[in-house]
Design a protein around this ligand. Structure first.
Ligand code: SF4
Length: 367
């Protein structure tokens, strides 16, 4: 039940979940209901009023317990964000909790999430109706519908992966460095490097032992791209888009869009993996999604699509003729139909399953 519903009630055991900053206390969303000025004894900034209300709610929640209170938190929920413990935990464990018989912080079970998930009957949630899909969701469904179900329907968290975090850090550094270019302030290596250092500082890296070598590697990538003159100011940077495909919104973000002197446009996506040949990318769905958005949402014409491989500073440009885009559109429609019909068959494959976050949970995993 919600804390509001628990007001005035008492229970032997109360479990208060999600004690992390941003959930409890929740982030402030909108202004909510406000009191007329004359009813306010003192003027508090809106953020403080929100926090005071959250604190009152936390007080209500923990004082519902007659005998035992269990507060839980996790470093990671769905997605890849790292969550910090709630500021309310300190007072809960201290003075305010003294009258309570027991206050315990739930330690994750030895088997972690897998043990918890095995004990509950799946599905954990009903499949939510879908109005929008991201490219990542489409790609996950195509790799294995069962994996899609675990990740996006049951919303089971995934483990951070060093390569993914490394890629995100490089994208962040490029976004900040390219975004800081101004007409009278061209990009210098110092600007790129400081954006890179700041991006590393913001990320809690999951494999600290690999961090020093990856830091050096990423700096080499950026330096090479900088020396090659590839870090110019783009027309658009991290451009979000929302494209209609068969009554569904397909959402995504373009790393950069360039406008060339001949008036043509180029959508460029940065990659940290090994370079592929243009011939092997003809059926690449991600580029198809960019092409559909570029043509139908932004009306970029003429248009080219490229992957920029940071490892080798190589730009691979791929042609996406109209008939191939139609195939890509049909692929997205089929994925949406499968999700709507709740078709989540497992597609085990030794390579795929070995890198799957859910392999210990999945009865079909190829081991
Ligand atoms: S373990 Fe294999 S079959 Fe199971 S969800 Fe993951 S990829 Fe799919």
């Amino acid at each position: 039940m919600t804390v509001h519903q628990a007001k005035g009630l008492e229970f032997g055991l109360v479990i208060v979940p999600h004690l992390v900053e941003g959930r409890f206390p929740a982030s402030r969303r909108g202004e909510g209901l406000t009191l007329p000025d004359e009813l306010l004894k003192e003027e508090l900034p809106a953020a403080e009023l929100h926090l005071a209300e959250e604190r009152r709610l936390a007080y209500v929640a923990i004082t519902r317990a007659r005998e035992e209170l269990v507060c839980t938190l996790a470093g990671r929920y769905e997605g890849v964000k790292d969550w910090r413990p709630s500021r309310f935990l300190t007072p809960i464990r201290g003075a305010e909790a003294r009258e309570l018989a027991a206050v315990s912080l739930l330690v994750p079970p030895a088997g972690g999430l897998v043990e918890v998930a095995r004990q509950v009957e799946l599905p954990l949630n009903d499949a939510p109706p879908i109005a929008a899909l991201s490219y990542t969701q489409v790609d996950t469904y195509l790799r294995c519908p069962q994996m899609y179900q675990y990740r996006f329907v049951f919303r089971l968290p995934t483990r951070p992966k060093p390569q993914m975090q490394f890629g995100r850090i490089l994208h962040e550094a490029l976004k900040d460095a390219l975004g800081s270019i101004e007409r009278d302030k061209p990009l210098t290596w110092a600007m790129v490097d400081s954006a890179y250092v700041a991006a590393w500082a913001r990320e809690r890296f999951c494999a600290p032992e690999q961090a020093p070598s990856l830091q050096d590697l990423g700096r080499t990538y950026l330096r090479r791209a900088f020396d090659a003159g590839d870090l110019s100011k783009p027309l658009l940077l991290e451009q979000p888009f929302s494209l209609r495909v068969d009554g569904l919104r397909l959402t995504g973000r373009m790393d950069r869009v360039d406008r060339h002197p001949d008036g043509s446009y180029e959508v460029i996506d940065y990659k940290t993996g090994s370079a592929k040949r243009a011939a092997d990318l003809q059926r690449d769905l991600q580029l198809g999604v960019y092409a559909l958005a570029a043509r139908e949402v932004f009306r970029f014409d003429p248009l080219s699509l490229s992957y920029y491989y940071l490892e080798t500073s190589e730009r691979v440009t791929v042609a996406k003729p109209k008939e191939r885009l139609e195939d890509d559109r049909q692929t997205i429609v089929k994925v949406a139909e499968g999700i709507r019909a709740e078709l989540f068959p497992a597609r085990p494959d030794r390579m795929k399953c070995s890198g799957c976050d859910f392999r210990l949970l999945c009865p079909s995993a190829a081991v």
